[in-house]
Design a protein around this ligand. Sequence first.
Ligand code: ATP
Ligand code: MG
Length: 566
Amino acid sequence: MADNNSTPKPSNFIRDIIIRDLESGKHDTVITRFPPEPNGFLHIGHAKSICLNFGLAQEFNGRCHLRFDDTNPTKEAKEYVDAIMEDVSWLGYQWGEHLYYASDYFEKFYEYAVQLIEKGKAFVCDLTPEEIREYRGTLTEPGKESPYRERSVQENLDLFRRMRAGEFREGERVLRAKIDMSSGNLNMRDPVIYRIMHVPHHRTGDKWCIYPMYDFAHCLSDAIEGITHSICTLEFEDHRPLYDWFLDQLKTPCHPQQIEFARLNLSYTVLSKRKLIQLVDQGVVDGWDDPRMPTISGIRRRGFPPSAIREFCHRIGVAKKDSVVDVALLEHCVRDELNRTAPRRLAVLNPLKVVIENYPEEQEEELDAVNNPEDPSYGTRKIPFCREIFIERTDFMENPPKKFYRMAVGQEVRLRYAYIVTCTDLIKDPETGEVVELRCKYDPETRGGNTPDGRRVRGTIHWVSARHGFNAEVRLYDRLFKDPNPGKGGQDFMDSINPDSLEIKKGCILEPSLMDAEPGSIWQFERQGYFCVDTRYSAPGRPVFNRSVQLRDSWAKIEKRLKQKG
Ligand code: ATP
Ligand code: MG
């Protein structure tokens, strides 16, 4: 995968640890992993973790495993497994043969649990879930030991075997690690490591009715796979002592190092599967891949290219302190990439008809248009022109202010790639008073926008031939939330939803060559923005376009302000 346009890779503390470990000989290769739970779709926050884990492996010629952390059958599904694989590949990363499922280790986990019991380091506890919570204590008060803590190894082994055999109801018994009920770290107060759940698993079916907890399963999965650096987000910092405790107690093939970094937070965005599920279930959006969603699939459908996401992840860097990244930076990266790669087309979103009175009725011609001024290899194309065209309604003003250089009665304006025209008259709807048509004269000497006599025409506007253009639906998106920090201060994030985040425009008039645009293809509509052919609503010969981003870049301004602030 080539990232030819990316800024030089800045170092970060995780990369530095890896360099040191390779230099000191602690490791001779780097093995990382990306461990999603298949209980929802991946979002842009996950992309940060993917770019970090796969990126480091790539840089140091190691490897990165894709491991499904599928130890909680109630919320997990194959649908999510498939979507996650599609998203990681789309981002440009390959796991090769290193695809793993924590559920494949269930038998091994069980054996490790037996090992703990045999060492006297785990016990079967009959307290109810409420009692366990009560006994746990608080940050200021030590916990209380379970009355079942001193069960004999024999009894524990027998009960644990019977838990597995399905002899008990859910919640009746759990297996707990025997650590320290007075530890200052609540995670170390005899944490539960197995619970009974009479729930079928999407991969193991009815084989198991006991399932391991995250903290137990995760460190063991890492060790089984020989992970060298287990990179996770900051909220797991307090779990690290437990991660290390399990691996110290048990005979595992290795002891990976857990390293925490700050998760990505984005302004005007929620990044939590729990919240994203709510948006989907309550029909606020039309699915996980709605173009307004911060999911990888939503971003893809919106027309954000994977290289722009990778560049964004490089630019935000990796830190140990939480912060909020401005969503304008993400949009900036998208714009930057698309400016280089998106072919240009002409499209009128709010059409106003223009009749060129001195252009013969039956005449037509084809004009040359540049496909990408940033890259001559994109070549040129022909666009048809005739007596009737559409222009953007906002490019005309009946009573223009002084510096309005677009279309106005008595004023010359250049039609992009075509001629210089002068508006001579306007026609209004007699009832509403709305301007419904403009009359113009063109200057045949100005073909291709030339002004042979050197006269100055300041404005250039886009247009589409009325006879050749076609009608299409274009969907304009705005931020899904009105608030930079949806749900801050205990408010319901659903109250921050922007009711105008989607505007469906029907009757837009597009250049004929767009008729066959492939679903997923991305174009610049000149002077408007970048637009991607929707993969759900389009049909052959009838593309529907999603606006990816506008041309106007707010990031440059923000960056300048940030620099001034120092
Ligand atoms: P969510 O908080 O959205 O429910 P999660 O952490 O439960 O996400 P997992 O499937 O467990 O989702 O995450 C897989 C990996 O992605 C984990 O290593 C996790 O730390 C990382 N990750 C999740 N969210 C972010 C984020 N916002 N920024 C960076 N990494 C993240
Ligand atoms: Mg999680």
